[in-house]
Design a protein around this ligand. Structure first.
Ligand code: PGA
Length: 248
């Protein structure tokens, strides 16, 4: 399984910043000979420019969210079909910031993932517990519920990526311990087995939450960790490329 290192640029940067970051990441990817797939997910308004800078090359393009409908009267929204039209191959759905800022629930996340699949995109379905849930010993139960509610049923597993992102580790500089990550990823794989059968073995499960160059190798070496979803460190090409270089 080829690991996936995905950069979630969130709501950061000017158009010029996005172009130059894309060029730097592409340059590094072309020179680097990495053993992973590289993906960047810029803000919607920069997708076209970043897609132009990346071309058909070594770095893939993705969206950070999509609507459930292919088109229509949905002011301010962007459809999976539009993302596909701009050259995206992936879209993040159910990121905890969307779940928190926009009240997205599991059913909505599943509908978005289904829309992504229908448009020919690979959905990156995000799950993760809050700090209170972890302290209460509920992490695995919460993640299991999110997976059962958010993952489209009856789908081909090679068209699915899951990202485990503990909410308390996102943007905080705190990472889950490698042991905690391995435990949760094993549980994600087990729950997926009940949802997509044997093909669960082919689902790439990414870890996200303060992944940096200095902790990437240890996290990526854990069993069932098939890549990373990187926020803050993806805004610096050197850091993002160093994380990619940590894939064995
Ligand atoms: P972070 O963000 O790397 O800045 O913690 C990860 C994410 O939210 O995808």
């Amino acid at each position: 399984m080829t690991p996936l290192i995905a950069g979630n640029w969130k709501m950061n940067g000017t158009l010029a910043d996005a172009r130059s970051l894309a060029q730097e990441v592409l340059g590094g990817a072309q020179a680097g000979g990495f053993s992973c797939e590289l993906l960047v997910c810029p803000p919607f308004v920069h997708l076209s420019a970043v897609g132009g800078a990346l071309g058909e090359g070594a770095v893939r393009l993705g969206g950070q969210d999509c609507h459930t409908a292919a088109g229509g009267a949905h002011t301010g929204d962007v459809s999976a079909t539009m993302l596909r039209d701009l050259g995206c191959g992936y879209v993040i759905v159910g990121h905890s910031e969307r779940r928190a800022d926009h009240g997205e629930d599991n059913a909505l996340v599943r509908a978005k993932a289904e829309a992504a699949l229908a448009a020919g995109l690979v959905p990156i379905v995000c799950v993760g517990e809050t700090l209170d849930e972890r302290i209460a010993g509920q992490a695995l139960a919460v993640i299991g519920r999110q997976l059962k509610g958010s993952v489209p049923v009856g789908m081909a597993a090679e068209r699915l990526v899951v990202a485990y992102e503990p909410v308390w580790a996102i943007g905080t500089g705190r990472t889950a311990t490698p042991g905690d990550v391995a435990e949760v990823h094993a549980e994600v794989r087990r729950v997926l087995g009940g949802l997509v059968g044997e093909s669960a073995a082919q689902v790439r499960i990414l870890y996200g939450g303060s992944v940096k160059p200095d902790n990437a190798a240890e996290l990526l070496a854990q069993e069932n960790v098939n890549g990373a979803l990187v926020g803050g460190a993806s805004l610096k090409a050197a850091d993002f490329l160093a994380i990619a270089g940590a894939c064995s």
